[in-house]
Design a protein around this ligand. Structure first.
Ligand SMILES: [Zn+2]
Length: 758
């Protein structure tokens, strides 16, 4: 508290930090247009207000507001009315989506002892909204199928593929068993998917106190971490296949859309899944016998974890109400004065699992502050060049429903018009984190230099930059981080509403948020509340303000830059790094298979085996062939030279106070730049999951949230599909050549304009 106050005081005493960089370059603007832009930006940053953020959160998180609930539609109408009140044209666009809610949930230990799980989060006196039980969704995993199974229990650690490799060595099979897995280390939907692939018939997920409970810190309400009865709800749909409504893949879930029968919906989980608190999980885990779990699998409960199978037997019975419910997206438009057919889209979801003060309201209120500020600027005569679309999505929690269905419905128009999508979700305290398209790293870094960090008085850029240096592994990486002037924008996996825009439509996107100082264990529980947030997270709403400033300015610059402010050298660098990564991966896989085969021949596994705790010897594997990465290497090289040619031409054309382009030239340049980024997401998409078209990164097939870079190539190597790995290296190489070709065209345009002496 003291630290924060001092820092806030410093921040107020120093000059407004955005006034210090008047002459700093602004990507996409000439000095003259940058001066006009700065005038408006100065007015903008003064507007986002902590009190207003707090009051909006108080209202929006006051009652449970999950998709399909009365409060969900009331919140949507309230948001629309606010937006209209600020002078923006706002509408609600409605979709009909499949959203199962629980009808019956039973988890019981039927042997050797009996225990019935409570499956209920108790109200806490300290937290007034935790007692709104009549409106709370019960604890469950959305898109688990109905099921009724009784089977022996097996503990599978985090339930990710490498844990099953370990089980195999231990000689333990999950065939016909119910597995119990810790939350964490992968997206939750991966766990039942991998369990079912190994023959399990049911899946229990629980939050281990080691991860976000009492081993992490004081538990709620004394501290921010997960109390014994806290449960993480969440979707278990097969999101890496496609996002959005499971019945309408690839098309908008409008009222009259053609729908798959539920029995044919491929993204619904294959086996029943139920989440548990650690209070409910402990008796189940304690009843498992067999071998003790490997030392690094032990969690934070005061028991020895065993692997099983059995003798613990569990009865799992789940029934759901499989209904179509309305999803209410609130969408507001500020028409562009000069380039109305180029759109900057900015969004955050408004639905929550329960009250959702942090997830998603802490991010949604930033959008509202940006909207309020834009309303005020419009009254003073501000007119952005391009159209700004502000969206508050519904149904993000079940599976990015509102954003995906909207993006699919307007896919053709977005494909032609959207220049960027800017996303936020829950927001905390600390450093700015950014993932997304490398081509937006320069723009974001310029903005972040102009926004003060509330706790340190440094700029948001400086704090994040120093954080990148401090956390870089090894001297080389540290040096590299120190020298880098643009913030590191990490590759996008999935887990929020950018997915349809970036991965499906190839629109350059950013996902932004402050974090690193906001640990807790209330995620997707009834304890993610106004009380929790205002006690433990961004209590003064100064990071909400910083977020509204950061994303607001990024939106404004995208909307008013003369030339789209993409910068491609970060992309070209990332491609080079990722190319080296996949080559290293291939080499590592080769080497480790060769080594393992050799150890099998040399009887190493016999020598290393403890006969009292025997391990199964792995089988010999075929050594992978050498692969031809040449088309990918050529594409990467071509992109690199096109990028530097474009940068040189750009710098030459934008010298002094003006630029070398006439109006049709400017139109063509912007159109080319927009096309350049689309080249990375060709219509054929990724193998086995063509909905995902972005070839630069995708949510991992077996990781979910975490991105796989060059996913086509990398996942083929992971799965040992060698011809596919080569075909994907070729496809990606082609996409890079195409992007390079467009950049060459853009460079030629600038060069000839310059030569013609305009
Ligand atoms: Zn969220």
């Amino acid at each position: 508290m003291t630290l924060f106050r001092t820092a806030a005081l410093l921040a107020t005493l120093s000059l407004a930090p955005w006034s210090s960089s008047d002459d700093a370059p602004m990507r996409g603007f000439t000095p003259a247009s940058a001066r006009a832009e700065r005038e408006w930006e100065r007015k903008f940053v003064a507007l986002p207000d902590p009190d207003s953020l707090r009051e909006h959160m108080r209202y929006l998180s006051a009652r449970p507001h999950h998709l399909g609930s009365p409060r969900d539609s009331a919140n949507a109408a309230w948001i629309r009315d606010r937006l209209r009140g600020w002078g923006l044209a706002a509408e609600i666009e409605t979709f009909r989506v499949l959203f199962p809610t629980p009808r019956e949930r039973v988890v019981e230990l039927v042997g050797p002892k009996r225990f019935v799980a409570r499956l209920q989060e108790p109200a806490l006196k300290a937290d007034p909204t935790s007692g709104q039980q009549a409106e709370q969704l019960p604890t469950y995993n959305a898109y688990s199928p109905d099921g009724d199974v009784t089977a022996p229990l097996v503990f599978v650690n985090y339930g990710i593929p490498e844990d099953y490799d370990r089980l195999e060595r231990l000689g333990v099979s999950v065939k016909g068993a119910i597995v119990i897995a810790k939350y964490g280390r992968s997206w939750r939907g991966i766990k039942p998917k991998v369990a079912a692939e190994h023959g399990a018939v049911g899946c229990l997920l629980y939050s281990d106190p080691d991860d976000d409970g009492y081993h992490a810190g004081d538990t709620y309400p004394d501290g921010p971490f997960r109390p014994r009865d806290g449960v993480q709800r969440g979707s278990v749909m097969d999101m890496p296949l496609f996002a959005g409504d499971p019945l309408t893949p690839g098309v908008g879930a409008t009222a009259d859309a053609k729908r798959l029968p539920r029995s044919e919906a491929p993204t619904i989980a294959k086996i029943p899944v139920q989440p548990l608190s650690y209070a409910d999980a402990e008796p189940l885990l304690a009843a498992i016998g067999g071998r003790p779990a490997p030392a690094d699998w032990m969690g934070g409960l005061p028991i020895t974890y065993h692997v099983g199978p059995g003798p613990a037997r569990v009865h799992l019975r789940l029934r759901f109400d499989w209904r179509l419910v309305p999803a209410y997206d609130v969408v507001a438009r500020i028409p562009g004065a000069e380039r109305p057919d180029e759109w900057v889209v900015r969004g955050n979801h408004h639905d929550a699992w329960v009250n959702g003060a942090e997830d998603p309201i802490s991010g949604a209120i930033a959008v509202l502050e940006e909207a309020r500020a834009y309303g005020a600027l419009l009254k003073q005569g501000w007119r952005p060049r391009r159209t700004i679309v502000l969206a508050l999505w519904d149904g993000e929690e079940p599976m990015l429903l509102g954003s995906t269905e909207w993006a699919e419905t307007h896919a053709e128009e977005l494909g032609r018009k959207a220049v960027a999508y800017l996303n936020t979700d829950g927001n905390g305290r600390g450093r700015l984190g950014a993932s997304g398209a490398p081509s937006l790293a320069r723009l974001l870094s310029e903005v972040a230099r102009d926004v003060p960090d509330p706790e340190t008085g440094l700029s948001v850029w400086k704090r994040s930059h120093l954080g990148e240096v401090a956390t870089a592994g090894g001297a080389d990486r540290r040096r590299e981080a120190r020298e880098r002037s643009d913030l590191a924008v990490s590759p996008l996996g999935s887990g929020s509403d950018y997915t349809a825009f970036y991965h499906h439509l190839g629109i350059p996107s950013l996902d932004l948020g402050f974090g690193g100082e906001d640990d807790g264990g209330i995620y997707h529980s009834i304890y993610d509340s106004f009380h929790w947030f205002t006690t433990f997270s961004d209590t003064a709403f100064v990071y909400g303000q910083a977020l509204a400033r950061t994303v607001g300015l990024t939106t404004m610059r995208l909307a008013s830059a003369e030339v789209l402010p993409y910068e491609f050298s970060r992309l070209s660098e990332r491609v080079a790094t990722n190319l080296k990564d996949v080559q290293d991966l291939h080499r590592t896989v080769r080497d480790s298979i060769e080594e393992q085969n050799r150890q099998i021949e040399e009887s190493t596994f016999v020598a290393m085996n403890d006969p009292r705790r025997p391990l199964v010897t792995p089988a010999r594997e075929e050594v992978p062939p050498f692969l031809n990465f040449a088309p990918l290497q050529n594409g990467a090289t071509r992109l690199k030279s096109a990028t530097s040619r474009f940068e040189t031409a750009y710098a030459a054309a934008f010298t002094g106070d003006g630029h070398a382009l006439d109006t049709p030239g400017m139109d063509r340049l912007n159109a080319l730049l927009l096309r350049a980024e689309r080249a990375l997401a060709p219509p054929e998409g990724l193998p086995h999951r063509p909905w995902y078209r972005q070839l630069i990164s995708a949510p991992g097939w077996y990781t979910g949230y975490v991105a796989k870079t060059m996913p086509g190539v990398r996942e083929a190597i992971d799965a040992k599909r060698w011809p596919e790995a080569e075909a994907q290296a070729e496809a990606l190489g082609r996409a890079l050549e195409q992007e390079a070709g467009v950049l060459d065209e853009a460079a030629a345009l600038l060069e000839s304009a310059k030569a013609n002496g305009r």
